[in-house]
Design a protein. Sequence first.
Lengths: 310, 339
Amino acid sequence: MFKDTLKKFETTLYSIPPTIAILIFGTLLAIAALCVLIFANVAAVVDQPFFGGIFNTTFFGIQIYLYCAVPAVILYFVSYVWWVHLKWNMMAPFHGLWSAINSQSEVVFVSDLKLNFHLMGEFAAKVIFDKERYNSITHDTSNALTRFRMWLMPTDEAVHTAKYLQGSWDSKPMTNIGSIPAGILIDANGWTKAVSPERDAIAKNVDKHNDCNMDDQVHSFSKAWDYMNKGIIETPENVKLYVTIPWVRIDNAYPMKRYQADRGGFIRQIALNILNGTYNKGLNMTTAAIFVFLVCVVLSGVMFAMAWFG
Amino acid sequence: MTEITGAIVSNFSLPVPTITQGVTPMPTPVLVQNATTTVVEGSVIPNVAPSAPSTLNPIFDIAPLHGIDFLWLNMIPLWAYIGAILVLYWFWFNISQWRKNSVLSPCDGYKDALMAGSIEAQQVIVFTKSRKWFIRMLTYHSEGILYFKDLLRTDMWHMGASSAVGTLGGLSAAITKDSFDEVVDPVADIALCTACFKFNNGEFGDAKNRIRAKQEMELILVTRPDGSDCTIKEALNEGLIPVAISSFDDYIRLRPIMESIWPNGVDIPCYTQYDPYEADKYIPKQRSASLNGGVIIKDANDYAEDNIEQPNWWANNGVAMILILGGMIIMGISFLATR
């Protein structure tokens, strides 16, 4: 009975995000501590107002420091809107960069043949099996303390575990996004999608291989592709290892010849824009003259005002 | 009537250290003048006093550490602790959000393109020579040119085909390198590198394909510098075509042979890493984005010189002169009228 109640409490607690839970429990703890201090005769009303009573000045019977709550709420609201809505939420497709910098891993831009790019973590882009399989190896979830630690400071060691089990890893960050190493991956047949029949079929065959070859395990797609290509692992029927790119696609990307007439309209447009000063970023003569004219009008107004009221 | 000397004067004392409920009644006003002053009303004149009534709140003015006589801990009320926590949290929130958002700053071009929402705004993924990756917003012209609106930055790219343009974050995304003036197609890059690698290493497929390719190659004719035609074998013997690919020119010259070997196109792995700099050895040289932009701007200036009438000084500055003259006339009239 007690065990069930404890389990229920644990489930409820772990469904709350740690930050919110800490905020609620922290506030309750602070109130409790204050009550204890009051009952122990430690806490009492101050002998004299703080800061000489400047903040205790009352308007309509309410202390001025309580009025400060209004600008504080506005300040919090403005900060929240600025950072969260106008900055963070608008960059939703790139939030993985923040996760990567926290977990000190790479990010991978995965694309299909139509060049639809998605930012993915190293695990989603490279590892064949489910995350649970690896996390169950590293985390003993029967231990209540481990469960609590995992809730408070969640750590995902799936990639590290997969790397450890495989022994070698095909990691090729080609470029840097800020300080984060990033790779670019072409996944023509959608192996990295969340639901992928090809991925399931590959996982089955790779499992068979791993059972028989504990010293040469396969956990990454690139090694699985290599082994399937060499025939070490059987290629499932629904899996194709190659895609054919027609010559015309290379021709489009690298035209053998370019013609001047192809950009004639653009050159004419740029010529007109340069002549019209559209790209002149400096202060042009007309703008300066408008400013001088307005100053003259204002000064005239001042002269009349001085004459009439002076 | 009482004669007093003093600077700051009021007629009520500090509140007693007890909880005062409700509003303290307003004191009788005191007229204060300079050093020697005649005061009409009031007689109690303390040395220091606040300008408005102050009271203690029974909850927020509790000093949690009232009983601890160390430093000023016994004097700090609850509201000061709460205020300090709120201020510190506000600072921490801003700093942490700033840090979080600065990680995404290489991708700021995405937000610019999203907000611009115009047909001209184009999200562009850039691979720099310094192996950095970032997104910026460029202007797209319907002739297939990507460029900066500020022409002081001369980099320009030719957008040859829509197959080289993809999507990222729901927006259309072109990929560029500052070392090349065409929009980059990663799939075509991989195919080009694979074709060249296979050709150089003699990986022409199975025996059946080799026989078929050999038969087809015999039909290809190469034109000599003198205008006469010869077969591939003769051209190779005479050095008219290279035996391996080490540049874009080699690729162009050997392309008919490659097409006969792989008539449908180039097979690439369906799951493969892309190195944006690997294709640099096979793509055309001396075609950087800045060179392309510089040539276009030069062409535009030449075009303007030859075909568009240059505006004279008055056409450029006439409006400005009229405005300045008008302003001076208004000033003169105002001066004369208000003398």
